[in-house]
Design a protein around this ligand. Structure first.
Ligand SMILES: [Cu+2]
Length: 67
């Protein structure tokens, strides 16, 4: 797995949504940084060997959809 992964997240409309998603994803083991681009709905996650299915679960558990 690469150290940088991007996810397309649906449902984030403001900075509060972005921080909610970031906070949830930062709980995933191995995640070092998260960065959200609200205009595109892109979540960028850095960290070695991050389990992408765990990231997806964290996003959906926070109440957002990921494609
Ligand atoms: Cu919001």
């Amino acid at each position: 797995m690469s150290d940088i992964n991007e996810y397309s997240v649906q449902g984030m409309t403001c900075s509060s949504c972005a921080s909610k998603v970031s906070t949830a994803v930062k709980q995933v083991p191995g995640v070092i940084t998260t960065d959200v681009d609200l205009s595109t709905g892109t979540l960028r996650v850095t960290g070695p060997a991050v389990d992408s299915s765990a990231v997806r679960t964290a996003i959906t558990d926070a109440g957002y959809q990921v494609s």
